[in-house]
Design a binder for this molecule. Structure first.
Ligand code: SF4
Ligand code: SF4
Length: 76
């Protein structure tokens, strides 16, 4: 799945933590930047997202903590 497809399928906009800024979405994807405005964790609905299951992701709060690859053990 590429970035554009993930962006289109991302459900972040329905998340209680989400705040819209700079069109940020699909924070889970490789190379995605963290949100510049989301700072407070109010729940993460990523595990219910079709991108999440298709990409076999396993972390949460990508908007604050970085992409799935960044959060894998042994990586920064
Ligand atoms: S897993 Fe989370 S960040 Fe990634 S596309 Fe889905 S809702 Fe967005
Ligand atoms: S990455 Fe998770 S916590 Fe952040 S906005 Fe998307 S669904 Fe919500």
């Amino acid at each position: 799945m590429d970035q554009n497809e993930a962006f289109g399928r991302c459900i972040c906009a329905m998340c209680p933590t989400y705040m819209e800024c700079e069109q940020g979405k699909a924070f889970c994807m490789p190379g995605a930047k963290r949100s510049k405005c989301i700072k407070v964790e109010n729940g993460c609905i990523c595990p219910g997202c079709p991108v999440y299951s298709e990409m076999k992701f396993s972390s949460v709060y990508y908007c604050i903590k970085g992409s799935d690859a960044e959060q894998k053990p042994g990586r920064k």
